[in-house]
Ligand binder design. Structure first.
Ligand SMILES: [Zn+2]
Ligand SMILES: [Zn+2]
Length: 437
């Protein structure tokens, strides 16, 4: 018999397509369907089912519109022509969270893809709170206004905005919302000067930024291309008034408290917000932890002096937090934050090996290392590529395995052992974890 399957959100992203038709034997169940889709290749299972075959609590599986949770769960029988939908159960409310939460997805063509604006405090007595906003463009503003209207609220109702970090795709609309509603805007003390406009970075007015690009060996034509891109992206940015907080700050949400967790690296003041979920701690992660690709370190905030060291500490902090689930600044929920942090550590361990491979051919600047690793770059990647190369070169230098000379960075020993420069978190991984790299 033939079953059509529709995939949504993180499931669709992981599977790589939004619809698939499968041939199953007569009498097959939802469990058989999931096994067929997974194909033994973990395309679906770690996201949708636990190691013992239970459908995860935050995943909704519907057969012809009926949730299987209301039937026999994974044992629900299928008939020829059934349409099965698999989706993270976020869109339809937040039954798996101890408070109401909705996600408004905002357009973002320039950076890591759609931004998530998390809408909290929707209960009558709670403070209506947004975690992050979006780019200060008319299009993104319309996305957010429309999304809030669907939830029965508007800019004027917003009482509080919590910002994970200063980047325009997260903080950019805070001023417009504050102007309308008079809401408070909160950010970590280290990122606040870049949000309230008291300091500038990464623009042509910031000599320290231009010095940094020089020190990376970036050719002047590329510096011009980059600053033009950044100035254009920053043009409509109006600063809000911001209240600062530090690591450990608490924000009352009625039924739960959010706790600020400083997660430096991607930016100096990036903060997540942790809370007690039904199954354990959960985390609004901002860009500290993203599904499928690794947050940029080194180029995303040039104020961070030892960016990779800072970020590895952050990944270790996430592992130590033992989070049950993370809600990133882009894309869908991360169901195994510890495993994801371990994957990103692996990714950087491997990238350092590649950087060492480049230096084996002779001294190189961050710009040259970036060219060897990533090829030619455009737009924001002109900054992110050499920034990331710098982060790795800096990490090697701090460990005494490389040194900076007039010609760039060079190895101090021909074949350095670099794996020990990365934390080993294997003993804290969940059973059933499989590395992606
Ligand atoms: Zn960011
Ligand atoms: Zn972002």
């Amino acid at each position: 018999m033939k079953i059509t399957c529709e995939l949504h959100g993180t499931i669709r992203d992981a599977f790589g397509t939004d619809a698939v038709t499968t041939e199953l034997r007569e009498g097959a169940t939802v469990a058989d369907l999931l096994t067929a889709l997974d194909g033994g290749e973990e395309r679906l299972d770690p996201l949708v089912r636990t190691a013992d075959g239970e459908i995860r609590s935050h995943i909704a599986v519907h057969v012809d519109g009926e949730p299987v949770a209301a039937c026999d769960g994974a044992d629900t029988g299928l008939d020829d022509g059934d349409k099965v939908t698999i989706l993270p159960s976020v869109a339809g409310g937040s039954a798996t969270l101890p408070f109401e939460m909705e996600i408004v997805r905002l357009g973002n063509a320039a950076f890591e893809g759609h931004n998530n604006c998390y809408v909290l405090g929707l209960e009558p007595d709670a403070e209506l709170t947004l975690v992050d906003t979006g780019f200060p463009t008319d299009e993104t503003r319309a996305d957010l206004e429309e999304g809030l209207t669907d939830l029965g609220v508007e800019f004027a109702d917003v009482e509080r905005i919590l910002l994970t970090h200063w980047h325009g795709d997260h903080a950019g609309l805070a001023a417009a919302i504050q102007e309308t509603s008079g809401c408070t805007v909160h950010a970590h003390e280290t990122d606040t000067p870049l949000i309230d406009g008291s300091e500038a970075t990464q623009d042509t007015d910031d000599p320290a930024f231009l010095d940094t690009l020089d020190s990376w060996g970036m050719p002047s034509a590329k510096q011009t291309e980059l600053t033009e891109f950044l100035d254009a992206a920053a043009a409509e940015y109006a600063p809000p008034t911001v209240e600062t907080f530090a690591d450990g700050a608490r924000f009352d949400l009625g039924s739960v408290e959010l706790e600020a967790v400083h997660l430096a690296g991607h930016t100096a003041g990036l903060c997540g917000f942790a809370f007690d979920g039904h199954d354990g701690r959960e985390l609004f992660a901002g860009d500290a932890l993203l599904p499928y690709y690794t947050p940029n370190v080194g180029g995303a905030d040039v104020r961070v002096t030892d960016p990779l060291d800072a970020y590895l500490d952050t990944l270790t902090r996430i592992v130590d937090g033992g989070y049950e689930r993370a809600w990133p600044g882009h894309r869908g929920a991360i169901v195994d934050p510890t495993g994801r942090a371990a994957d990103i550590i692996d990714h950087h361990r491997e990238r350092t090996r590649r950087v060492v491979g480049v230096l084996a051919d002779g001294p190189a600047t961050p710009w040259e290392v970036s060219a060897a690793l990533f090829g030619s770059l455009r737009a924001i990647h002109i900054l992110h590529g050499p920034g990331e190369a710098f982060a790795h070169l800096n990490h090697l230098t701090a460990a005494g395995l490389a040194t900076q000379t007039d010609a760039g960075y060079e190895l101090t020993t021909p074949e350095p052992e670099t794996d020990a420069l990365f934390p080993d978190v294997r003993d804290r991984l969940r059973s059933g974890y499989e590395p992606v790299h």
